[in-house]
Design a protein around this ligand. Structure first.
Ligand code: IPE
Ligand code: IPE
Ligand code: MG
Length: 253
C-alpha cells in the first residue's frame, strides 16, 4: 500500500514539507526582531528610511508565510522604547511608515482573517499612529486566523514596570504574587509565550524584546538583514527549531 503523504494546503506548507518540517509540531508563537534595515540601506548607498520601507515589504511576505504555514501567533518588533534615541527624522519617518502600513494593510489582513494586536505604550506614540493601530485591532478582533502583534514603543522592562504598577494598584498582598500574577499582567496575557525568537542581521542580543516571556524561548539568529528575509528563511528557522531539544531545566531520559 502506498504510504500516505501529508497534504499541503498552500505553497508555504508545501515548501515546509519538502524541507522535512513537521506541520504538527510548529512553534505556536514566533517572535521576530526585524533588524538590519539601516545596514542594508547603507550597503546600497541609500537612506536608512528606504531600508525601513523595504523592511515593510518583507514583513508583508513574512506575515503571509507564517499564516500559510499555520503559525498561531506572530509578534514583530517594529519600534522599541529605546529607538527614540535615533535622529528625529528617522523617528518621525518610522512613525509615518508604521501608520501608513497599518492603514494600507488592514483590508487585506482582515480578508485573510488576521487578528491584529499591539504591544507597547501606545499613549507615547503620535495620535495618528495610535488611532490607526487601535482601529486595526478593533476591526480584526473577531478574526480566527493568525494573531499578528505589532510591538511599537515596546520595551520588555517597561512592560514589567507596567505590570507591577497594575498589580500594586490592585492592592495585591505580597505573598499572593507569583510568576502567574506577573504573566497575567503582561500586555497580551492571553497569548502563549514565544517558542521561537528570530533575529535578523546577526546581532546576538535581545534588545529588550519580550524579556519576561522569552525565558525559555529558542533563539535563531540569521546573518540575513531584514529587507532580504524571505519565507524560505522563516522555514529555515522553523526547521532548526524542530531539531532543538527543549528541556525547561529538566533531565530528559
Ligand atoms: C531595524 O533596523 C528596524 C528598527 C529598529 C526600527 P535598524 O534600523 O536597527 O537597522 P541597523 O541595525 O541600523 O542595520
Ligand atoms: C531592536 O533593534 C529593535 C527593533 C528591531 C525594533 P535595534 O537595532 O534597536 O537594537 P540594538 O540597538 O542593536 O540593540
Ligand atoms: Mg538595529
Amino acid at each position: 500500500m502506498p504510504v500516505e503523504q501529508p497534504q499541503a494546503a498552500n505553497k508555504t506548507a508545501a515548501a515546509a514539507l519538502a524541507l522535512g518540517i513537521d506541520l504538527t509540531r510548529l512553534p505556536k508563537h514566533v517572535a521576530i526582531i526585524m533588524d538590519g534595515n539601516g545596514r542594508w540601506a547603507k550597503g546600497k548607498g541609500i537612506g536608512r528610511l528606504l531600508g525601513h520601507r523595504e523592511g515593510y515589504k518583507t514583513l508583508r511576505g513574512a506575515l503571509l508565510a507564517a499564516s500559510e504555514l499555520g503559525i498561531g501567533y506572530l509578534t514583530v518588533y517594529a519600534f522599541s522604547a529605546e529607538n527614540w534615541r535615533r535622529p528625529t527624522d528617522e523617528v518621525s519617518g518610522l512613525m509615518k511608515l508604521i501608520e501608513q502600513a497599518a492603514r494600507d494593510e488592514l483590508r487585506s489582513m482582515h480578508q485573510n482573517g488576521v487578528r491584529v494586536r499591539t504591544a507597547g505604550r501606545l499613549d507615547g506614540v503620535p495620535e495618528g499612529l495610535r488611532s490607526a493601530l487601535e482601529h486595526g485591532v478593533e476591526t480584526t478582533s473577531r478574526n480566527q486566523g493568525i494573531t499578528f502583534t505589532l510591538a511599537v514603543n515596546y520595551g520588555g522592562r517597561a512592560e514589567i514596570v507596567d505590570a507591577v504598577r497594575e498589580i500594586v494598584a490592585e492592592g495585591a498582598a505580597p505573598e499572593t504574587i507569583t510568576e502567574e500574577t506577573i504573566s497575567a499582567h503582561m500586555y497580551n496575557p492571553e497569548h502563549p509565550e514565544p517558542d521561537l525568537m528570530i533575529r535578523t542581521a546577526g546581532e546576538m542580543r535581545w534588545s529588550n524584546f519580550l524579556i519576561w516571556q522569552a525565558a525559555y524561548c529558542e533563539l535563531f539568529v540569521t546573518e540575513v538583514p531584514w529587507p532580504e528575509f524571505k519565507p524560505a528563511h522563516l522555514l529555515e528557522a522553523v526547521a532548526a527549531y524542530q531539531r532543538r531539544t527543549r528541556k525547561f531545566g529538566a533531565v530528559l531520559e
